[in-house]
Write a protein that binds this ligand. Structure first.
Ligand SMILES: [Zn+2]
Length: 170
């Protein structure tokens, strides 16, 4: 299937060319194993040919929906970043350059854009203080309180066991 994020390399010249995209709920929903559940991110791409390479500069700006680490409800997270990549046709000779086949007529920006957005998500992310889902927090707290009591009961000090034995024998 042709990606909506493919650009024709022959369209890219030494004159900077602009593309704009919007990454929507559908874009994020179809990515497997992604922590991003949805969102709306505007993307501006400027492509330019430089010698034998194609340079793509891009800016992303918008929000994504992820699960809050504290209350496990969905939260909006603002994402804003800029980055660039260099694409060349030919054999892989440089780690900083994305190499594509000399017969490729297009370059697909889909994964580059997705990864740029995904990299903006901090490892831990929470709602602002006081904005977590109260019902969920109550349930979660009740849950961890039960767990704690169970753990406590399990770890009985062996010395107490001995003392109990002594008391029982008398
Ligand atoms: Zn929360």
């Amino acid at each position: 299937m042709k990606s909506a994020f493919e650009v024709f390399l022959k369209d890219i010249t030494t004159d900077p060319k602009q593309y704009s995209f919007v990454l929507t709920d559908g874009f994020f929903a179809e990515k497997e194993n992604s922590e991003i559940q949805g969102g709306n991110v505007e993307v501006l791409v400027v492509a330019q040919k430089k010698a034998e390479a194609f340079e793509f500069y891009f800016e992303i700006d918008g929000f994504v929906q992820v699960v809050c680490d504290r209350c496990l409800e969905t939260m909006d997270l603002l994402v804003s970043a800029s980055d660039s990549i260099i694409v060349k046709q030919g054999e892989q000779t440089d780690e900083d350059v994305v190499f594509i086949s000399p017969i490729d007529e297009t370059f697909d920006l889909e994964w580059v854009l997705y990864e740029t957005v995904a990299l903006q998500i901090p490892i831990q992310h929470f709602h602002k203080e006081g904005e977590c889902d109260e019902e969920m927090m109550k349930k979660l707290n009740a849950c961890s309180a039960t767990k704690f009591t169970e753990e406590e009961n399990k770890t009985t000090d062996p010395r107490w066991e001995k003392l109990k034995d002594i008391l029982n024998n008398n």
